[in-house]
Design a protein around this ligand. Structure first.
Ligand SMILES: NC(=O)c1ccc[n+]([C@@H]2O[C@H](COP(=O)([O-])OP(=O)(O)OC[C@H]3O[C@@H](n4cnc5c(N)ncnc54)[C@H](O)[C@@H]3O)[C@@H](O)[C@H]2O)c1
Length: 329
């Protein structure tokens, strides 16, 4: 799948035509919509507002160039007409919570795998030439190589969420080769910033809100991962879209450093006044399906000129400061 397909003649989206963003009211979707709008695209946001919020699009909705359609990608009939005339679809809609997918095994199949199938069908039947997809580093499962390159295999995800991302990647590749679409697959590290509704930083703040004197940490705290600020994630995706013209383009998106769960817990307790006791539940994994060690090889996106504005540690510190000050208001 990687790098062996012929290059396409398809140009970057230079004509500023309409684009579809599924999940565009979410934490990553909303800044992506802003970036596309600033570049002069007409943006059609398809979102069921299950974890996204209308408010995250804010004043952008006053702009005639953005249309929010409250629809569910589980229904092909309800999304198909929105793809008419679109130059690209950025497909971000999915269940964002790995543990929810373990609790209910149908969630990622329906919102993820079948949702992606519907998006691809809507793209194919409307001749949309380009599909860009938010995948995840969890497709690597428990890799034995760090930093992990895009060519790593076999890909053996540990969660149903990861299985759904990998199935979606496979379908994008198959559609690209069968029907002539151009596919872009972005394997994200942990993406953090305003508007988050899940993830370790958000979870720790929620726990301390409910129980200010004690912070329970799942696992032994030695889980260590890289964190990419959402603005950097959007910049990297836009750069890859503009510069990569393979039939299927696969990119790891992350930083070159990582931060442990222990460091995050200590930073959050300090931001919270330093009074909470940290209790580690033990074990190397936080929960079934957790990937305790993650560091992506980002040489491929760096070769296009990408440099994140913030390291993992700087991104974590900024996000903690923002959440702490929002909670004190
Ligand atoms: N945040 C991360 O660390 C991270 C890491 C890897 C991959 N991703 C992927 O990036 C994408 C965006 O994640 P996010 O962090 O912005 O999460 P998010 O929950 O803020 O965004 C997901 C959006 O999809 C919408 N949505 C969910 N199911 C839908 C459905 N069936 N139909 C229509 N809309 C639906 C939600 O309402 C929400 O607006 C997701 O695909 C997620 O799996 C995120």
């Amino acid at each position: 799948m990687l790098g062996c397909a012929p290059r396409l003649d398809m140009p970057p989206i230079a004509d500023r035509g309409p684009v579809v963003v599924t999940g565009g009211a979410g934490a990553i979707g909303a800044p992506l919509v802003r970036s596309l709008l600033e570049d002069g695209h007409e943006v059609r946001v398809l979102d069921n507002l299950s974890s996204g919020r209308r408010e995250s699009l804010g004043r952008m909705l006053d702009n005639s160039g953005v249309r929010l359609e409250i629809v569910d990608i589980r229904s092909l009939d309800s999304i198909r007409k929105s793809f008419s005339g679109a130059k690209a679809v950025w497909h971000l809609a999915a269940n964002p919570d790995i543990r929810l997918g373990t609790a209910d095994p149908r969630v990622d199949l329906e919102h993820g795998t079948l949702g992606t199938f519907n998006v691809l069908e809507a793209a194919r039947t409307n001749d949309v030439p380009r599909v860009l997809f938010s995948s995840s580093s969890v497709v690597y499962g428990l890799p034995e190589v760090f930093p992990t390159p895009e060519s790593y295999g076999p890909l053996l995800p540990q969660s149903l969420y990861g299985a759904s991302k990998l199935a979606s990647e496979a379908m994008i590749s198959a559609y690209a080769h069968s029907y002539g679409l151009e596919g872009h697959i972005f394997r994200f590290a942990n993406i953090i910033g305003p508007g988050m509704t899940h993830g370790v930083i958000y979870d720790f703040f929620e726990k301390l809100r409910k129980e200010p004197k004690r912070l329970e940490v799942l696992g032994d705290g030695r889980q260590s991962k890289s964190y990419l600020r959402v603005d950097d994630c959007v910049s990297a995706m836009r750069l890859a879209e503009a510069k990569s013209r393979e039939r299927v383009n696969v990119f790891n998106l992350g930083t070159t450093d990582r931060v442990s769960v222990r460091e995050i817990a200590e930073l959050i307790v300090a931001a919270h006044g330093g009074h909470a006791r940290i209790e580690y539940m033990g074990g190397e994994r936080g929960w079934p399906g957790d990937i305790p060690q993650q560091l992506l090889d980002v040489a491929r996106i760096q070769a296009l000129g990408f440099r994140p504005a913030l390291s993992s540690l700087a991104a974590v510190e900024l996000t903690i400061r923002e959440l702490a000050s929002a909670r004190h208001r």
